[in-house]
Each structure stands twice: as C-alpha cells, then as structure tokens.
Design a protein around this ligand. Sequence first.
Ligand code: SF4
Ligand code: SF4
Length: 265
Amino acid sequence: MADNSITPEKILKETARLGLDDRFTFACNPQLSCFGHCCHDVTIVLTPYDVLRMKRSRGIDSSEFLEQYTLRLQNAEQKFPIVILRMEEQTKRCQFLSEQGCGIYRDRPWACRMYPLGLAEPKSPTPNDMPFHFVIQEDICKGHSEGVSLSVREWLECQGIKEFEMMAGAFKQLTLHDFWNSGKALTPQQSDMFYMACYDLDRFRRFVFETRFLTLFEVDEARVEALRADDQELLDFGMQWLRFSIFGEKSMRLRPGAAPQESRP
Ligand code: SF4
Ligand code: SF4
C-alpha cells in the first residue's frame, strides 16, 4: 500500500512548490462519493482566531466551546498548549459535520478552508527558502480528478483565507519567538495563561475585568471599552500581555507601584 502520510520531510522533498499564480485542479461537491470523508478522524489544529470564530458561530462561551468541541494538547515537544478539534467518540466524525456538509461553513477553521492546499513556512525565510503552498494528495479525496483549474491565489480568495492570515500574524510572532529555543519551559501557571489568553477568550475577559488586572496595568480608556465587547481586540491584547508576562518584553506598562508578579492569574 502506498505511504500516504504527510511528513515535513516528504513535503520538502517530494511535493511541487506552488507560488500564488501556479495552478492546480480541484473541485468539491456533495455529489462526490467522498463527500464528508475528509471530516472523519482528522487532526485539525485550531488557531486562536479559529476558536474565536467558531465559538461566536455557536453563540456560546469560549470555556463551554473548548470543553465540548476541542482537546487541549501539550507534551514535551509542544512547548505551549495547542488546541485541536475533538471528533465524536464513537464515529470519529467531526461534530460539525451534517448531511449537507460542514455545519459551520462560514466560520470553519483555517485548515479546513485551505484543504487541499497546505502551506510550508520556514521560521526565518531567505531568498532560497521562502514559504510555499503545496497540494495535499490523499486517496480518499476524489476532488482532484473532478477538478477545474484554478490558481493558488484564486483558491485563497474564494476560501476567505485573507482575514484568517491577518489575524494569525500576532500568534505566529508569539509561537516563533526565540524564547522557545532558549531551553526554558513554561510553568503550569504560564501554560494556563497562554491557553486562556489565546483560546479561552471569555475567561480572559473575566480575568481582565473581574480581578485587579486594570489597577496594575496602564490601559487607555478607549481600549478598555473595546476589550469589553470586541473579541478580536481582546485577542490582540492577550498576546500583548503574554509577551510581557512570559517573554519579559515591555509590551505593557505597569502602573507606578505595581509589581510584575501581581499581574498573573
Ligand atoms: S472532494 Fe475532498 S475535500 Fe471534498 S468532500 Fe471529498 S474528500 Fe472532502
Ligand atoms: S469544521 Fe467543518 S470542514 Fe472542518 S472538519 Fe469539521 S465539518 Fe469538516
């Protein structure tokens, strides 16, 4: 049987590197025998913006969303917590899959939008080592033989990727930070701070407004008001706070007399 597993080594060696104007063929529709098969037993890593969109789409609190629809993973290799979609226990289907397809189509995660395209991004791009897209070929997916020709740029546009990429910038900076190569590890408390500020936004909002947080940090009034209601603003703010609290950067200003250790949950 052919080895269909996708590994970073395989991508670098064997897949064609696509630029934005390169073309590939693909089409997905409910008439295909594979419809929905790609939403079974699959590991979908969620970005903070994915979680924000999905919990908003369900109209529930982030803690409830995370509990019901996701799994939190962290082992020795993953230096910070990551969040993946939780499949149904018995059937291994994604919990959002319906007869008609994705039940949260407008708010589906980045990885689901991108499929069948993948993105390889070096940590420090150089002229000889730039990010590139590639086509994920899996036997289960019949969309490649059915397809129409379209460029990578057209695919990204029709899948609404731009907004997700704009929101991913600050998170990438966080996860690619030199701190992770310094041999230091997060304490359990820091790991929980990371999880809360990136994924559990409603809990982070309660932390900001229902503890002494705002008496410790200087945050201007307009921003405080935005943080009350705007999840995207809160997510940006959370990452700014993590850079201060975990990396020790001067991304936040303490009020005179406040000690840094008081600024943690
Ligand atoms: S064509 Fe591919 S992406 Fe579409 S439903 Fe089938 S397996 Fe999934
Ligand atoms: S979120 Fe939607 S597209 Fe993604 S795996 Fe679940 S059902 Fe499929």
